[in-house]
Design a binder for this molecule. Structure first.
Ligand SMILES: Nc1ncnc2c1ncn2[C@@H]1O[C@H](COP(=O)(O)OP(=O)(O)OP(=O)(O)O)[C@@H](O)[C@H]1O
Length: 617
């Protein structure tokens, strides 16, 4: 890889890996600005072409830094909305040194503590973030990945309130390359270390062999989470404890420091900070579920700002943020008008988007239901004899399908609609029906739109919906099973033209939520949803060319082969504009099926990529 200038202007002079000049090129990535630096690397905002999408490129300070390899491997194991996504890796060769780098999704927003200072959050906000970070850690722990440097500085809060865990360079996972460390404690940050880690490091020089390392566990990550949220709600670290305190650090103590912290929130934090690992929550997931359930019942006390420094602000000190309902700010931290305005605008935009989603998603479901129930006119006027034949086929199909999923045909009447839905609902996973990775108040999708169990107002019930769909399929296909994907096809000229105008070059890929009609439970269990042949609506989860986040992709999937194939031919942006496009699901070879798939029952990860193509394979 060469280091070069982006233009014909003189090549930028590189002074240090920690201060690359704007315009420096690392492979195809061009530096747009320096975001910040940590102990091991410097993070730059980069683009692969002018005006293109931003990424965060993290360049190692030390040549051949093994942490980068470790971070890349951990991130490849984790695909979760609460975990920063890895786009690419590379090595910058300069002189005789080779500096590894990672290209990550660029997470707009601010770090947890900055976010809190600028916003004076409510207990509900904080609990929502506690649940989100717990879901993200739980997803990692299920994959046997330990973060080992969990702290507020490594959490970024997006503008829409979603939390992303960054900096997995210190993480541990079964295939991690070993990090040599003089201290023998894993890399991490002092105040976030558990009492066990501190005690071990104090005693280790006498007791342990030089090669012995501290046995870091899930309980250490949970303790670090407790420290993070303790600092967040009382603006100080918890006391250093090296022997079990009597009485234990009670939630009451925390509430003395900040009486606005509701008892359950103080209790959760207290439990995370329990001296003995056994007294901490059994898992990050169990904590997340508790928080989520409590939030669903939380009263108005949870909606008051957590800090009182905003109270009593005279109108003279009120800022644009306050005037526009954006919440108060700390004395001395009032946002200047020039930054308050974008803040306000982004909030207004968020509201608009929420409203749009509510309408759009509803109309989406309605449209699909209407199409399926009404069907093409040929079907509507189908003769009585064909209906009878169709009904008979339907019975055979349902019996066949039930046999495939192991449900005795005689029991269909007793089946709740949820069990006939395509997704495995929380009941299948042993989770409470209310469980969701993001508390309802914070998750940008309306609960009704994402639910597979709630019948839609105009779509009688899921059962009805599926019966109608099955009836249509049975009538038309005579129970033909998975449909055959059509052969290769050129992308129509108008689609190529609109992709050119939308700056979607062939080969560019975007991150999508595969099936809009299924809840995003990706972090709860085994990362799978169940899909079947037919139309599909996916949601773009990032900006791609001129397509904004939340653009809908309309297409069709086929599940009959080794891999799932999908073609998208139309997109609709949040402002309602539609464009013809040609995108495939995954890449030219499709998308892998998850374990447990069998004919007629295809499990997949709920998140995937869609790639622009000039011909469908
Ligand atoms: N993907 C990202 N998107 C946006 N900002 C990011 C991203 N990754 C890191 N940053 C920001 O870049 C800055 C430096 O990152 P970071 O501290 O993680 O570097 P580091 O070398 O890993 O630090 P350390 O290992 O010492 O914690 C921080 O402000 C962080 O919030």
């Amino acid at each position: 890889m060469r280091l070069e200038s982006t233009s014909s202007s003189p090549r930028p002079r590189v002074l240090s890996t920690q201060a690359l000049p704007v315009g420096t090129r690392l492979d195809r990535w061009s530096v747009a600005r320096r975001i910040g630096g940590g102990g091991n690397g410097t993070v730059y905002e980069v683009r692969s072409r002018p005006g293109g999408r931003s990424y965060a490129l993290k360049l190692a300070h030390a040549p051949s830094d093994l942490r980068f390899q470790r971070e890349a491997r951990a991130l490849r194991l984790l695909r979760h909305p609460g975990v920063v996504r890895l786009r690419a890796t590379g090595i910058w060769h300069t002189g005789t040194a080779a500096y590894p780098y990672l290209v990550l999704e660029y997470v707009r927003g601010s770090t947890l503590y900055d976010w809190s200072r600028a916003r004076n959050p409510t207990a509900r906000h904080v609990a929502s973030l506690l649940a989100q970070s717990a879901w993200a850690l739980d997803a990692a722990h299920r994959r046997r990945v330990l973060h080992r440097d969990f702290k507020g500085d490594n959490l970024r809060i997006r503008d829409d309130g979603r939390l992303v865990v960054l900096d997995w360079g210190a993480s541990w996972h079964p295939e991690a390359s070993p990090l040599t460390s003089a201290t023998r404690l894993p890399p991490g940050t002092g105040p976030y270390r558990s009492p066990q880690a501190l005690l071990w490091s104090m005693q280790a020089p006498r007791q342990a062999a030089p090669s012995e390392h501290y046995p870091y566990t899930v309980a250490d990550d949970l303790y670090a989470m407790g420290v993070t949220f303790h600092r967040l709600v009382v603006e100080q670290y918890p006391p250093l404890v090296l022997q079990e305190p009597r009485p234990p650090l009670a939630s009451a103590t925390l509430r003395v420091l900040n009486p606005r912290v509701p008892e359950p929130l103080a209790r959760w934090i207290g439990e995370l900070l329990a001296f003995t690992p056994e007294a901490r929550p059994a898992s990050a997931g169990s904590l997340a579920r508790d928080v989520h359930e409590a939030l669903a019942r939380a009263g108005p006390a949870w909606d008051a700002p957590l800090f009182d420094w905003y109270e009593g602000a005279s109108t003279a000190t009120r800022t644009t943020q306050e005037e526009n309902g954006g919440g108060a700010v700390a004395p001395g931290e009032e946002a200047a008008l020039h930054s308050a305005r974008p803040l306000r605008e982004s909030r207004v935009q968020l509201h608009r988007e929420k409203r749009w989603r509510r309408r759009r998603v509803r109309s989406e479901v309605e449209a699909q239901c209407t199409t399926e129930s009404a069907g093409p006119s040929a079907q509507r006027h189908v003769s009585r004899r064909i209906r009878i034949a169709g009904a008979l086929s339907l019975v055979v199909c349902i019996a066949g399908a039930l046999a495939q999923v192991g449900i005795p045909p005689g029991n269909t009447a007793a089946l709740p609609a949820q069990q006939l839905a395509r997704t495995e609902g929380p009941a299948d996973t042993g989770l409470p029906a209310t469980a969701h990775p993001f508390p309802i108040a914070e998750f940008p999708w309306p609960a009704d739109a994402m639910s597979t169990t709630e019948p839609h107002a105009r779509c009688a019930t899921r059962l009805h919906h599926y019966l109608l769909a099955a009836f249509s399929a049975a009538s038309l296909n005579a129970c033909s099973g998975p449909q055959v994907r059509p052969g290769p096809e050129k992308c129509p000229v108008e689609a190529l033209e609109s992709m050119r105008r939308l700056e979607l070059p062939i080969g560019v890929g975007g991150f999508i939520q595969l099936d809009l009609q299924q809840p995003d439970d990706s972090d709860q269990t085994n990362y799978s949803i169940v899909v079947s042949d037919g139309p599909i609506t996916s949601r773009l989860d990032e900006t791609l060319g001129h397509l904004p986040t939340n653009t809908l992709f309309y297409g069709r999937i086929w599940t009959g082969g080794e891999r799932i194939q999908g073609r998208y031919t139309r997109v609709r942006t949040p402002d309602g504009s539609e464009y013809p496009v040609c995108f495939v699901l995954g890449n030219a070879t499709g998308m892998p099926k998850d374990q447990g798939s069998r004919p007629g029952y295809t499990r997949v990860h709920p998140w995937s990529n869609a790639m622009a193509v000039d011909r469908f394979p």
